[in-house]
Design a protein. Structure first.
Lengths: 168, 664
């Protein structure tokens, strides 16, 4: 099962993902026609200046997701197969219980209607728009096992460099 | 399946590809530069097409009003006014500003018109980004351009980034640097500010503004003292090394000039020199100084001493700013160069063009650069796709002086420059016309028409061709035909055609014949100087504009990720403006406390050039004793310095002594 994973050490805080997300979720998929539509992002690049980092925050599509558990109308549902947490704006009542329990603070409010707005992992795309757009590949879409294997490679390389240096 | 048309991003010079579809855009996964990814401006690129503010009809000024005129009336008037100025005051009263946003073909024809009219007063915005690079790298290496392509950075073992905040200004470049880091490469960033680029660094050198030469000379001194130079490279491929005595740039002395720890200078020198392949990446933090040409020279000296040029992963990479700034310069839209980098003082080289153009005579000697235009007695000024009023502080302050005669502006929007013109001509935007653009890495890419231009807007090449016809010159409006003439005029472009430039990723010049695959890495065997050797030439740390009791802080200018240059495009993109709506000035919290400024305060800033208003943003990313203002907003022009680098005519936009106080 593929997930969107974040490598914050590669993020330069350019917010390309936010704009790509907004374009993808505009009705027309086209900013030039979407001017009146004011498309909204569903992920948030948080700058943490004291650590010289920016962290893209987006829905983790948690297993047994708290937002789904508390939703009183069933507007939030979790796909049994993919784990993707979807939001049905037609039956959302804007009670914000989901936003109250979300560990990551990634449930937003639609600017026009009083309903929630969140990541749907781009159902029409093979790769989510934010991942495709990211210039530094700080966002990746892959199996956790694969990503972790790749993550191990960098410290392993450093480790090996250290061993080589100390035996020189 | 909707038709999708490949295109190249109209913003910066990285040259990213994407598709334009009937409804919007699609990512281009197999583009060699961006592999599908785009920065925020790239994602918002289509906003400029069909924007409500687009110019739709030719318009003539009547007093303070504009009236719509027909194309034929407008074009007749341009030709008439140009000829009248020539008749009454001679070619010295004419000036032309080309565009780093227009195609190679358009810039080529534009400068050709200027020169056929008898003037070298033709310039483009490269004057304010890399004119020092042009002067220094042409003299030292023979070719004033990036030596290696961007993707080559993935092959570097050490990347030394100085005076570039590429993570914000060329975000896609960071992709390749991270790939090098994944392989274990070391990244050194020299910048007074803790920029997002500095976040990528293994070693961040937070040097005092304007002390780049001291740092680089200090590194070279360490390298020579420790025997880390590449002696065989120096001996076989360079000249001038014997004149390079930098022994007084000891780590301790350099430490006192730059404010860096001596140990960090030594470490940077070792990392750069010892790596198998090292690259230097620089940008306007190097060029926009009164010693800009010397700064570039120092960078090239460092690379040459270590032999880090002419191999994959080893090179000198000046990151250029606009999508066709390299091309506009290659085409000779410069007051000091004809097409193909022929100097305006080289009569023999110019004679080749005179024959090609069937001209009786062509002008010699440097024409007016953009900053000189307000002071000149101009009777006719033709501006193609540049907002000179918002991009040149000197012009911004004296905009009324530009208007001593007739002024034509050809653009896609009613810029502040267009507002003061007598005649405004609506141009087609990049995706509404055809032609080639040359990216920062010398990559020439053909762009096809994907959309209709709004109203009566026309491709710049069509407009120029119509003007030329009225002046009695027969210049083609067809990009392919003009490219064929460029093949003759610009040796590096000899083999470039619609077919190889139109293939995925285009072709990297020099391309000497149609079957040539292009030349991603320059200087592999010999340098393009007359004797094939690179010139090492010593430069020294200059006297700086010092702070004074009246102006105790240093103002640094630069860019932010969500905006672009003077803002005529990015300020019209709602997605971008919403995220970065107004000018802010970055202040270190300790300086803020010292001058009684709090986060979010409206503040005044004063240099000896002027005053401006902005909103203070407190951030520890700013170096103590310095302030930062982005230059996308007109306010920054009010305070930017007008000191000039005489060799390149580059204004010292990066630093100015200043003071700040709360505006009440």
């Amino acid at each position: 099962m593929k997930e969107i994973l974040v490598r914050p050490e590669r993020c330069v805080g350019c917010r390309s993902c936010e704009i790509a997300c907004a374009v993808e979720h505009s009705q027309s998929r086209d900013l030039l026609k979407a001017l009146s539509e004011m498309p909204q992002r569903r992920l948030y690049v948080e700058h943490v200046p004291e650590y010289s980092l920016a962290v893209p925050m987006l829905c983790r599509h948690c297993e047994d997701a708290p937002c789904v558990a508390v939703c009183p109308t069933g507007a939030l549902t979790q796909d049994a197969l993919t784990g993707v947490v979807r939001h049905n704006r037609d039956i959302c009542i804007g009670c914000w219980t989901c936003a109250s329990v979300c560990t990551y603070g990634v449930i937003g409010r639609d600017r026009r209607a009083r309903v929630a707005i969140k990541c749907d992992r781009c159902p029409d795309r093979e790769v989510p728009a934010c991942v495709s757009a990211c210039p530094t590949r700080a966002l990746i879409y892959g199996e956790v096992e694969e990503v972790s294997r790749a993550r191990r490679a960098a410290p392993a390389l450093k480790f090996a460099q250290g061993v080589a240096a100390s035996s020189r | 399946m909707t038709a999708r048309i490949p295109t190249v991003c109209p913003y910066c010079a990285v040259g990213c590809g994407f598709y334009i579809t009937r409804n919007g855009m699609e990512y281009m996964q197999d583009h060699p530069v961006n592999e599908g990814a785009l920065c925020p401006k790239g994602n918002a690129a289509l906003d400029v097409l069909n924007h409500v503010d687009r110019l739709r009809y030719p318009m003539m000024r009547i007093g303070d009003d504009w009236i719509r005129v027909s194309w034929s009336e407008a074009l007749d008037r341009v030709a008439e006014e140009m000829q009248r100025a020539l008749r009454e005051k001679g070619p010295g009263a004419l000036a032309f500003l080309g565009s780093a946003k227009c195609t190679n073909e358009e810039n080529y024809i534009f400068q050709k018109i200027a020169r056929l009219m008898g003037t070298n007063s033709i310039d483009n915005s490269a004057r304010r980004c890399h004119s020092p690079t042009i002067i220094a790298l042409r003299r030292m290496l023979g070719t004033p351009a990036m030596t290696n392509p961007v993707s080559d950075l993935a092959l570097s073992d050490c990347i030394f980034i100085i005076g570039s905040n590429l993570a914000e200004n060329h975000p896609v470049v960071a992709r390749w640097i991270l790939r090098a880091k994944d392989r274990g490469a070391a990244v050194i960033v020299a910048d007074p500010r803790v920029t997002p680029t500095a976040w990528l660094a293994d070693l961040h050198l937070q040097l005092n503004p304007g002390t780049d030469i001291a740092l680089i000379n200090g590194m070279i001194n360490v390298i020579l003292n420790e025997g880390l130079e590449n002696s065989s490279f120096i001996k076989e491929r360079t000249s001038g090394f014997e004149g390079l005595d930098l022994s007084d740039y000891t780590p301790e002395r350099v430490s006192s000039i730059t404010g860096l720890r001596a140990g960090d200078i030594v470490r940077a020198a070792r990392l750069y020199a010892k790596a198998g392949a090292s690259s230097i990446v620089y940008c306007m933090g190097i060029t926009q100084h009164s010693c800009g040409t010397e700064n570039v020279t120092a960078c090239a000296n460092l690379a040459l001493v270590c032999g880090h040029v002419g191999r994959p992963g080893a090179g000198i990479l000046p990151l250029r700013g606009q999508n066709n700034v390299q091309g506009a310069c290659d085409m000779g839209a410069l007051a000091d160069f004809y097409p193909g980098w022929r100097s305006v003082d080289d009569s023999r080289a110019i004679d080749e063009l005179r024959r090609l153009w069937n001209a009786r005579a062509l002008p010699l000697g440097r024409g007016l650069t953009a900053d000189m235009m307000p002071e000149a007695d101009l009777r006719f000024l033709y501006v193609m796709g540049e907002d000179i009023v918002n991009s040149h502080p000197a012009v911004s302050r004296r905009r009324e002086r530009l208007k001593r005669g007739f002024m034509v502006v050809q653009d896609i929007f009613m810029t502040d420059t267009a507002r003061i013109a007598d005649l405004v001509l609506p141009a087609a935007a990049w995706a509404e016309k055809e032609g080639t653009f040359t990216s920062t890495e010398r990559r020439v890419q053909w762009v096809s028409r994907a959309r209709e231009a709004p109203g009566e807007a026309r491709p710049d090449l069509w407009i120029l061709s119509e003007v030329a016809a009225r002046l009695g010159f027969d210049l083609s409006p067809e990009p392919e035909e003009v490219l064929a003439e460029i093949n003759q005029a610009v040796p590096a472009y000899r083999g470039i055609s619609r077919s190889n430039a139109g293939a995925r990723g285009g072709i990297i010049w020099p391309c000497p014949h149609p079957d040539h695959p292009g030349t991603p890495v320059l200087h592999t065997e010999r340098f393009s100087t007359p004797d094939g050797r690179a010139r090492i030439s010593p430069v020294h740390h200059p006297a700086l504009e010092r702070t004074s009791p009246q102006h105790p802080l240093i103002l640094i200018t630069g860019r932010v990720v969500l905006h672009y240059n003077a803002g005529s495009m990015s300020m019209r993109s709602e997605g971008l403006v919403k995220r970065e709506p107004e000018i802010r000035i970055d202040v270190h919290p300790e300086d803020a406390a010292r001058f009684g400024v709090a986060d979010g305060d409206a503040v005044m800033i004063e240099t000896r050039w002027g005053r401006a208003r902005a909103r203070a943003k407190l951030t520890p990313r700013q170096k103590r004793g310095t302030l930062f203002m982005p230059f996308h907003f007109p306010e920054t022009n009010l305070v930017a310095s007008e000191i000039i680098d005489e060799k390149s005519m580059m204004p010292e936009l990066k630093v100015a002594a200043c003071r700040i106080w709360r505006a009440d």
